[in-house]
Write a protein that binds this ligand. Structure first.
Ligand code: GTP
Ligand code: SPV
Ligand code: MN
Length: 582
């Protein structure tokens, strides 16, 4: 191996973890075939029906290990304040004692894989190299789909010492000995005791968000939990939009949106579905790349009605985790096309019938699929410079309060809308589902430093930048008093995207309300939508008492950060209260 820092680290890790053998992954087809073969023989993977799902596999994770574990995720800075009140903190010394030791001999009897990977398009000045050392072949096969893995990453690295190190071991999978630790100062990640998604695929949330967000703060860019899409109008002009929604709140679906028949001539192109790295271009605009190469998408709810592009993407070369299995050997989940099969094997491998009490697929079951297979993949997916962003959209899952769409009055107000965002919790993380919590910029679980400093970074980077994107807030999940969804969502969200783009281009007037700018009558195309006027009114209704309560809660949230909270955001909240009272 050419890279001295890398070989020294690999030796050091092998000395500590004591694997039976060390494999340097090159990302080749042959290497992948050998890995898959091994996993098929030891039961880590099950082959799916090769006719309908060529080169597709099912993996069942440990039943205690099915989602990110935020309570076991730590930021290990010297000073606790630098992690901030929204992160768990552990001192680097304590991490060495409590977590570091769990790697001692952890890979005995196992193979240690060294996985070089590139986050971002080959040749992009924004791309970054990571190295994950892992004892999980499932992680290796997943990283091969989710990143540009192997040779290509080593070539990009050369002899440079600039790479993010991630050490991962399945350990004994015991939740008592499960930790995900981040050392931003050293660009180092330790993950032990979990083989699941964001806990184990260290290029994703650990590097591309938690570590990268600290790099972005230091270097003047953004690492965000955002999808990237291009909206093409009937004239062929494409406008690029980023959107940050919390986990399992609709990023993948919006990124792959298929316009309904009524929206003739419009098209959505997918650049990314989960993470965006944004830099200021020479033209003063914000340019985004998707650091990933695959989708780790929520399976339940994915159907040819909601997301046909996802179904087409996952039909080959994909790994399914914790979905149910039909007797024909095809994957199944709640919300899949067609009638519910009379008998299935559930995500834990047990016989399941429609009378069974629990869902057949785990609510956080996922597909891991190559992005290039997506029918709507953008021609700019591999563009080294990325795409220029015209609008940033924040959004959450809120049954009440938040309107279908509103626009910020300017950059600081937009940062405020993102900073005070709230959403009902989902199955993407362990813990209670359906509880409203503040999830600023959808980054609460993913910001690698003090979120008050993160807000300051946002405000400062966008100050006096005329070419920066406009900021919006959306909510697809508002309900009627009776508890029914008011908005059909999915493909129909295009109508909201169209208004956003019209505002960006100065083609829609909008009207001012206490909470932001909303479409004026007739600006949101509702033709053929099937939503009655009453429901449309409810989707934009502002309940003043509820909003005052909301503003008080936001104030308490902003103040919980103490003196590090930028005054500009406290002022925005006071202004909101004044406008509601007026
Ligand atoms: P992560 O991968 O966890 O970051 O999730 P995500 O933000 O990509 O969410 P995704 O698009 O996978 O959607 C999560 C769930 O919300 C799925 O069950 C979807 O079917 C559902 N969903 C997505 N968009 C909409 C929508 O517009 N309306 C409604 N009602 N549900 C939606
Ligand atoms: C999320 O929870 O936001 C995900 C899935 O995208 S995971 O990779 O597990 O973080
Ligand atoms: Mn996500």
């Amino acid at each position: 191996m050419q890279n001295r820092k890398l070989s020294a680290w690999v030796d050091e890790v092998a000395d500590q973890t004591r694997p039976d053998r060390v494999v340097f992954c090159d990302g080749s087809e042959a290497e992948n075939r050998t890995l898959i073969q091994g996993m098929l023989s030891d039961g880590t993977l099950l082959a799916l029906d090769g006719e309908r799902y060529p080169n597709c596999y099912l993996h069942r994770s440990d039943p205690t290990d099915v989602a990110r574990t935020e309570h076991l995720t730590f930021i290990c800075t010297r000073d606790k304040e630098d992690a901030g009140p929204t992160n768990n903190w552990m001192s680097p010394d304590e991490a060495s004692q409590r977590v570091g030791r769990l790697f001692d001999g952890a890979m005995k009897g196992r193979t240690m894989f060294v996985v070089p990977y590139l986050m971002g398009p080959v040749g992009s000045p924004s791309a970054k190299v990571g190295i994950e050392i892992t004892d999980s072949p499932y992680v290796v096969a997943s990283m091969r789909i989710m990143t540009r893995m192997g040779r290509v990453a080593l070539d990009a690295l050369g002899s440079s010492e600039d790479f993010c190190r991630g050490l991962h071991s399945l350990g004994d999978l015991s939740p008592e000995r499960r930790f995900v630790c981040h050392f931003p100062a050293e660009r180092l990640i330790w993950s032990v005791g979990s083989g699941y998604g964001g806990n184990a695929l260290l290029g994703k949330k650990c590097f591309a968000l938690r570590i990268a967000s600290t790099m972005a703060r230091d270097e003047g860019w953004f690492a965000e939990h955002m999808l990237i899409l291009g909206l093409e109008d009937p004239g062929g002009r494409v406008t690029y939009v980023c959107a940050a929604f919390p986990s399992a709140c609709g990023k993948t679906n919006l990124a792959m949106l298929v316009p309904p028949a009524s929206q003739k001539g419009w098209k959505v192109w997918t650049v990314g579905d989960d993470i965006a790295w944004l830099r200021i271009g020479r033209d003063g605009r914000l340019w985004a790349i998707n650091p990933e190469a695959g989708f780790f998408g929520v399976a339940p709810g994915t159907s040819s009605r909601t997301n046909p592009n996802a179904l087409a993407t996952l039909a080959r070369n994909s790994i399914f985790t914790n979905v149910a299995l039909t007797p024909e050997g095809t994957p199944w989940w709640e919300g899949f096309d067609g009638p519910v099969p009379p008998v299935l094997t559930d995500w834990r491998g047990r016989r399941w019938t429609p009378d069974s009490k629990e869902p057949a697929a785990h609510p956080n079951s996922r597909f891991t699929a190559p992005a290039r297979q997506c029918p709507s993949i953008s021609t700019e997916f591999d563009a080294a410079a990325g795409v220029p962003i015209s609008a940033i959209v924040f959004g959450g899952r809120r049954a009440r309060l938040a309107p279908l769409v509103c626009e910020a009055r300017g950059w600081a107000h937009g940062v405020y809308l993102g900073a005070t965002m709230a959403s009902e919790t989902t199955a993407a993380a362990t813990g209670k589902v359906g509880v409203v919590r503040r999830d600023p910029m959808a980054m609460r679980p993913f910001c690698g430093y003090n979120m008050a400093d993160y807000f300051r970074h946002w405000i400062e980077l966008g100050e006096n930048r005329a070419a920066f994107p406009k900021i919006f807030h959306v909510n697809w999940f508002r309900q009627s008093e009776a508890g029914a969804l008011l908005w059909p969502g999915f493909g129909e969200n295009l109508r909201v995207l169209r208004w956003i783009v019209a505002r960006v281009r100065g083609e829609a007037k909008g009207h001012d309300t206490p909470v932001g700018i909303m479409p004026t009558d007739g600006e949101l195309d509702t033709s053929g939508l099937g939503v009655n006027d009453e429901a449309m009114r409810e989707l934009f209704a502002i309940d003043r008492d509820a909003w005052l309560e909301e503003a008080r809660d936001r104030e308490a949230f902003l103040e919980s950060f103490g003196s590090r909270m930028p005054e500009a955001l406290l002022r925005q909240n006071r202004d909101l209260m004044a406008r509601i009272r007026a």
